[in-house]
Design a protein around this ligand. Structure first.
Ligand code: SMG
Ligand code: MG
Length: 369
């Protein structure tokens, strides 16, 4: 397919409730939506940056620069038959994985649509629905958290992840365990602790958690191997895994027993598939993380999560958990088994609502071949 036109838009979408983590409080998502046009086909992708570098070092402005000055020029006017060809064209640019994943996902969608297959099938997915859960931000008190979780259980979610931060950790787990003894529960520290804090994790080691996500520094693999030796509960790495090479190092050092895959963090679906396949080959389960995507990114997440080794529930919640109104139709919902249906139409399988997208657009730029 000849890439004739690419458009990037900085979008700002208001969350239905603010989201507090050990990194700070978010009230809006600042992403870049990418549109690729060629030979009568339109592909959509989402770049999951933030306005400031909290979760990742990338931001709207760094991704905008790298898209405009490096990635778009690498593919515009070219004929791309497979996504691998585009990845090879920008491989010399180091890092900036969220920027790459944003454009790559739009190309995956466009090429799947050109072939008339769903993105799930195109990526090698095998499921028609995927298990999902909800990620709950830090709340004002343990009581408030219990109430919030009860609300999500009533909505149908079967797996709950809670955010923890120093001083707001063990008591939250104990409060939830008292109220919900058999709940599928996991915690995410977003890199807020050091190896010297091992006692915090030992104190929750008998609470039957599914996993402890990214307890230590955001680029660390080695200290996590030391912490994992002291715990029965599996550690899951998120921030520290940027590539297949990182996944291999983490598994070989026994730094974790589970890996969270986010296409944005690892440079796209191509690298995500490599990590997925490697983990499958060594018996390490993976699950799909979330970056509070709009329906465009969410559609891609659901498609990727339909691959066989995504066995644990993903951070892929219904559109309404994030936004009053999503920018796609149909919006994403969960069923009574805490599962989400994988779209079956061509590509991402959902329709972008241009009027809604325009309303959340802060600025846009188009590039023509
Ligand atoms: O998309 O439901 C979602 C959010 C899931 O907790 C979530 N994501 O570290 O896993 C994580 C966080 C990263 C985003 S926080 C700004
Ligand atoms: Mg995480």
């Amino acid at each position: 397919m000849r890439i004739e036109r690419i458009e990037i838009r900085y979008t700002k979408m208001e969350l239905v409730t603010s989201f507090e983590t050990s990194m700070g409080v978010e009230t809006h998502e600042h992403h870049i939506h990418v549109r690729v046009d060629g030979e009568g086909v339109t592909g959509w992708g989402e770049c999951v940056v933030e306005d400031i570098p909290l979760y990742s070092s990338e931001t709207v402005d760094t991704a905008w620069h790298v898209l405009r000055d490096c990635l778009v020029p690498a593919v515009l006017g070219r004929t791309i038959g497979r996504v691998d060809e585009a990845v090879a064209l920008w491989a010399r640019f180091r890092g900036h994985r969220m920027a790459k994943a944003g454009l790559e996902s739009a190309l995956w969608d466009a090429l799947a649509k050109a072939k008339g297959v769903s993105l799930s099938k195109f990526l090698g997915g095998i499921r028609d629905r995927v298990p999902v859960g909800v990620s709950v931000g830090l709340q004002a008190s343990p009581e408030a958290l219990v109430k919030k979780v009860a609300g999500h259980l009533a909505e149908g979610y079967h797996r709950i992840k809670i955010k923890i931060a120093p001083g707001r950790d063990v008591a939250l787990v104990k409060a939830l365990r008292k109220e919900f003894p058999v709940l599928l529960l996991q915690v995410d520290a977003n890199s807020a602790y050091e190896l010297g804090d091992a006692a915090v994790f030992k104190a929750m080691d008998d609470d039957n958690l599914l996993l402890i996500e990214q307890p230590l520094s955001y680029e660390d693999i080695y200290d996590h191997s030391k912490l994992q030796k002291e715990l029965k509960t599996p550690i899951c790495l998120d921030e520290s895994i940027h590539s297949l090479a990182d996944a291999r190092a983490a598994v070989e050092l026994q730094s974790c027993r589970v890996i969270n895959i986010k296409p944005g963090r690892v440079g796209g679906f191509s690298e995500s598939k490599k990590i997925h396949d490697f983990c499958a080959s060594v018996g390490v389960p993976v699950w799909h993380g979330g970056m509070l995507e709009s329906g465009i990114g969410r559609a891609g997440n659901v498609a990727l999560a339909s691959l066989s080794n995504f066995t644990l529930p993903g951070d892929i919640s219904a559109s309404r958990r994030y936004y009053k109104q999503d920018i796609v139709e149909p919006e994403f919902v969960i069923d009574r088994d805490s599962m989400m249906a994988v779209p079956t139409g061509p590509g991402i399988g959902v329709e972008v609502q241009m009027d809604r997208l325009e309303r959340v657009t802060v600025r846009k730029q188009e590039f023509r071949a």
